[in-house]
Design a binder for this molecule. Structure first.
Ligand code: C2E
Ligand code: MG
Ligand code: MG
Length: 558
């Protein structure tokens, strides 16, 4: 290129040739490369003479239209910054950032382009973005990316008049698997779950991991929101198939809540909340299945919220009390013991059933201070009886799974007994089957410690939980309590009778005794006695009663 050099051109020329930066001079009208410096030649892998016979389209991976419009924008100085995918002589492609400025050479407009390779930087950015938006274990999008996709799905629904849906998925029994078989198998299970779920959705759907054993699925562009139910059904089905993991056959299931846009909620945030509420309803009604959100559910969840707030102050405001229900033997009416049952009376809410508030206390963690209060209260009542010269029978206290999961449970209970000077032989502890399977080794150790100390351990609501018959013999359990649901129809249902009968046989073969719960009439009582049940508890022998009533009962005056 022979040009008549003026002052600015001379300056450019020195800068251009000596520069360690990749630089090209380009004709904005034709896209021809007019000049290239040494650095450009070695970067692209062409001789300078070769480069000056090329066009920018030869070193860019871009459509002719995109190139033309970039040159035009640069020429008009509307933009001076572009990102392209560049192509080297070797065929390799790289991300390049191109900065342009206009210069006049021999009276003609040209562009000086400075080219910077930003491939590494882009990869790093991509990686960071990926880490910030994906779950490391399963590789699925995380909650924040799912929320973003859900927002986009709502926007799309607005424009196209379609619907969008969010599936909120929680695995059933995941914790039991994780705790009993091990975390590495738990991790494998989560990956496998992710794989199975992805296999049943469309390519435009997003399967994401919300955290723990919770997943989200975003379904955009639905002509009929009811389609979300089909997807949920498929997910429930594929997750109920057994998993083969390192030689273990693992069974789980899924509880799914569905919220749809625009029917259920006005925005993505509320959809997330409502999906969660609907999922919760599935969990509460026995797990394993799916449900669409409904506005009644929202009311229920508001009611829960109000209850949770009130429950926060229940201990300090003295709103809690304990009632006692007798457990008697089937031979006569000898009192074996009593069960302590928690009562809550709030000025605004009235008397709230434990079946309603205990699950809330468990979810919010309030069961820990409340459970501690129950143990202390029972000990105080035992002391009061003793001071009055009455020797009370053993009193069983219900423990929740949440209490059981605190590592210090045995120490906490023993501490309260020391503090209140209560003899452990007065205390029984009722736990549920599912607590046994959660963390077998630790549970066995805790229970042995409590057993050594003299507490009597029973399994409550037997037959309703996650089956753990094979585990039973590993724990120092003295009694099984057959759940009321098997007792109610025991006289007419052969299934219930068979379950009760085999529970009795199993318990006896393991050296345990059986208590039947919820015995309301003579017929049930007779059947239970005939199958060898050892003890009974129910309205037939007395409803749960206050401390004063119970005192009369113990003294045989009521
Ligand atoms: P649970 O431990 O199985 O207690 C037995 C429940 O059956 C009690 O319900 C009792 O009142 C009721 N019941 C007893 N006999 C009969 C009968 O003949 N017919 C009928 N229909 N019901 C009968 P309640 O007091 O409402 O307690 C419900 C559940 O709440 C308890 O079931 C227990 O799981 C939980 N709970 C109660 N107190 C506590 C506590 O202090 N801590 C914990 N963690 N849970 C508690
Ligand atoms: Mg109980
Ligand atoms: Mg029970």
């Amino acid at each position: 290129m022979v040009v008549q050099a003026n002052a600015s051109e001379t300056r450019y020329r020195t800068l251009f040739s000596d520069s360690q930066i990749v630089m090209l001079v380009v004709d904005p009208n034709t896209g021809r490369i007019i000049d290239a410096n040494d650095c450009a030649a070695s970067y692209y892998g062409y001789a300078i003479t070769k480069m000056t016979s090329m066009r920018v389209s030869d070193i860019l991976e871009a459509s002719p239209d995109d190139i033309r419009s970039a040159l035009e924008l640069a020429r008009m100085e509307k933009r001076d910054h572009f990102e392209f995918r560049g192509r080297l002589a070797s065929g390799e492609t790289r991300d390049v950032e191109v900065s342009t400025s206009k210069i006049e050479i021999a009276g003609e407009e040209k562009l000086i382009s400075i080219i910077q390779d930003v491939t590494e930087r882009n990869l790093a950015v991509e990686k960071i973005f990926d880490m910030a938006t994906h779950d490391a274990l399963t590789g699925l999008p995380n909650r924040s990316l799912a929320a973003d996709r859900l927002r986009k799905a709502c926007l799309h629904a607005d424009r196209s008049g379609s619907s969008a849906a969010l599936l909120f998925i929680d695995l059933d029994h995941f914790k039991a698997v994780n705790d009993s078989i091990g975390h590495d198998v738990g991790d494998l299970l989560l990956k496998e779950v992710a794989y199975r779920m992805k296999a049943v959705v469309r390519s435009e759907d997003t399967v994401a991991r919300q955290g723990g054993d919770e997943f989200l699925i975003v379904l955009p562009d639905l002509h009929d929101a009811a389609y979300a139910g089909n997807v949920a059904e498929k997910i429930v089905l594929v997750l109920s198939e057994p998993f083969e993991l390192r030689g273990h056959e693992v069974h789980i299931g899924a509880s799914i809540g569905i919220a749809t846009y625009p029917k259920d909620a006005p925005d993505a945030e509320s959809l997330m909340k409502f999906g969660d509420i609907a999922m919760y309803q599935v969990k509460n009604s026995g797990r394993h299945g799916y449900r669409f959100f409904s506005s009644e559910m929202h009311e229920t969840s508001l009611e829960r919220q109000i209850m949770a707030n009130a429950l926060h102050h229940a201990v300090e405001k003295g709103e809690l009390s304990v009632e006692f229900q007798s457990i008697v033997d089937t031979s006569g009416t000898n009192m074996l013991g009593m069960e302590a049952l928690l009562r809550w009376k709030n000025p605004e809410l009235g008397s709230v059933s434990p079946a309603k508030f205990i699950p809330i206390a468990e979810d919010t963690g309030l069961i820990l201070p409340i459970g501690e209060w129950v143990i202390r209260e029972v000990c105080r009542k035992i002391a009061e009886w003793q001071e009055a010269g009455i020797d009370p029978p053993r009193i069983s206290i219900n423990l929740s799974g949440r209490q059981f999961r605190t590592k210090t449970l045995a120490e906490d209970i023993i501490g309260i007994l020391y503090e209140t000077r209560t003899d452990p032989r007065y205390i029984g502890l009722e736990i549920t089957e599912s607590m046994l399977v959660e963390n077998v080794e630790e549970t066995a150790a805790t229970l042995s410690r409590l057993d050594d100390f003299g507490f009597e351990i029973s399994i409550d609501d037997f037959g309703t939980g996650y089956s753990s018959l094979s585990y039973l013999k590993r724990f120092p359990v003295k009694k099984l309590k057959i759940d009321r649901s098997f007792v109610t129809d025991i006289a007419s249902s052969s299934d219930d009778l068979a379950i009760a009968r085999s529970t009795v046989a199993l318990a006896h073969s393991l050296g345990m005794q059986v208590v039947a719960e919820g015995v309301e009439n003579e017929t049930q009582f007779e059947v239970l006695r005939s199958i060898g049940c050892d003890f009974v508890q129910g309205y037939l022998f007395g409803k749960p009663a206050s401390y004063a009533e119970t005192t009369k009962r113990i003294l045989g005056k009521a």
